[in-house]
Design a protein around this ligand. Structure first.
Ligand code: MLT
Ligand code: ZN
Length: 470
């Protein structure tokens, strides 16, 4: 479909190291992480400079060829998978992985889009700073993907989502022009903030090639606890208590249901229940401070004792070593993997105000069980952000196909309820191809119309990640 001459022109832009076109090499780029989408492409381009990205987009703009940017390909919504007709080029930023500058006194770093998140974290740690974005896929996801999907994760409560961690961007526009907004400034009131247009746009408005990001002080005094709580309502009260008593030093407050512990201890090696008794709900709490705040552990112990007296908690264990801390984190972080190993699941990524979340869990669970009486609800995640992965797993006595056939009705019931709570049907995983119809259904129509006109203005030929988001 794409002419040999055009493909040769793209090859000449990136040179021999800059493309993949053998079917085996291209294969990993045409299927998404969850294997929901299977596409095709004649070529994956791997430019190593902004100038090359610019030349690629200029050529594709002139030829009206679709471009699908990809980072670590760890997304959940098929946002980086090309269409099945083989008419689109995949653009991997993996070779653009330089840290261009680190400024510990300004608490900033400039890094390229292909940097793996864990490498960005390590580059910050090397100058005794913290880059706080933290998620399960941090060993393979890339900064460009984090920016383009506005990634969340497990430290949002204290540090915000990716959007909150960005000061400036370098973006190649669909026609090849380079927007240089790569300033490391915290104050710059000079008109419209264009930066925010590209964050969370999932590559539909241009290609982010580098970002100026915020760094923070590295907490060296870290207290991690796994706390059994009576129910999500109590967990919300506990969150409020700990936020105010620590002066907002809580970085992680993750809800874990009993079934989460059962799934993890059953399917993930070297995991065990931290308590002798079984409880219905838990939270993983982490709080961090600088080296002089030595009383943090005592303060947390006292606060949790008061919380137990107030029936906001039942029991707690503290990590006494880095190994124990990792073991507690594993109980939370491997829930998605354990869920997958256990069988078919139907997933949601919703947010509601934290205050209303407990009531939503009760109502949402009832709505799901009405449709799938044998389903097992696995509601876990970022309670501190009001963001739950409100999932449901098949029971072992029901065939997976029969269970998965209920997915459209379950999605509708859950997302309708979310809308009634003024929540979001996609809190941190984005839209991609998976939730495009939901966007039109649930987002304010004026907002959707504005999104469409921005898309038309910046990408008049519709070459950027066609078929995603809108
Ligand atoms: C998580 O918080 O674990 C992920 O965002 C959700 C998942 O992997 O299912
Ligand atoms: Zn999550």
């Amino acid at each position: 479909m794409l002419s040999a001459a055009f493909l040769d022109h793209l090859r000449s832009i990136v040179g021999p190291q800059g493309y993949l076109d053998r079917p085996d090499d291209v294969a990993p780029y045409v299927v998404d992480h969850r294997k929901l989408y299977h596409g095709a492409t004649p070529m994956v381009l791997r430019p190593d400079s902004t100038a090359q990205v610019s030349a690629i987009l200029r050529a594709c703009h002139e030829a009206r060829v679709g471009v699908v940017p990809v980072g670590g390909n760890t997304g959940y919504c098929g946002g980086a998978t090309p269409s099945a007709d083989g008419s689109q080029i995949v653009l991997s930023l993996a070779r653009m992985r330089r840290v261009r500058a680190v400024d510990p006194h300004n608490y900033t770093m400039i890094a390229e889009a292909g940097c793996v998140l864990a490498d960005v974290q390590a580059a910050a740690a090397a100058v005794d700073r913290l880059f706080p974005l933290s998620l399960g896929s941090e060993g393979s996801c890339q900064l460009g993907g984090n920016l383009s999907t506005n990634a969340g994760g497990t430290a949002v409560l204290r540090y915000g989502m990716m959007r909150d961690l960005v000061l400036g961007l370098e973006v190649v526009l669909p026609d090849g022009r380079v927007l240089d907004a790569l300033k490391s400034l915290r104050k710059d009131n000079t008109g419209y903030d264009l930066r925010d247009l590209f964050i969370g746009a999932e590559g539909t408005l241009g290609v982010i090639t580098a970002a100026a990001i915020k760094l923070f002080s590295r907490p060296v005094n870290i207290v991690t606890a796994f706390v059994a709580v009576p129910d999500p309502q109590a967990a919300v009260a506990l969150l409020s208590r700990l936020r105010s008593s620590t002066g907002d030093l809580i970085s992680t407050f993750e809800l874990v249901p009993r079934i989460g512990i059962d799934l993890v201890t059953q399917h993930i090696p070297q995991t065990s229940d931290p308590f002798d008794e079984r409880y219905d709900w838990y939270v993983l709490v982490e709080v961090g401070a600088g080296k002089h705040v030595t009383s943090l552990r005592d303060a947390m112990e006292n606060e949790l004792a008061s919380a137990i007296e107030a029936s906001e908690a039942i029991n707690a264990v503290f990590a006494e070593s880095e190994a124990q801390r990792e073991a507690l984190w594993r109980l939370r972080e491997t829930i998605p993997e354990a869920q997958r190993l256990d069988g078919a699941s139907i997933k949601h990524d919703i947010s509601i105000t934290t205050t209303k979340l407990p009531r939503f869990i009760v109502e949402g669970s009832a709505a799901i069980l009405e449709i799938a009486p044998r389903g097992r609800i696995v509601a876990y995640g970022h309670l501190g952000d009001g963001n739950l992965h409100f999932n449901v797993n098949q029971s072992h006595d029901q065939p997976a196909d029969e269970f998965l056939a209920l997915a459209p009705r379950i999605h509708r019931a859950v997302h309708d309820l979310v809308a009634r709570y003024s929540g979001s049907f996609s809190a941190e995983h984005g839209i991609g191809q998976l939730k495009r119809d939901e966007l039109v259904r649930y987002k304010d129509p004026v907002a959707v119309e504005l999104m469409r006109s921005i898309k038309r203005t910046l990408d008049p030929h519709g070459i950027m990640n066609p078929g995603k988001v809108l």
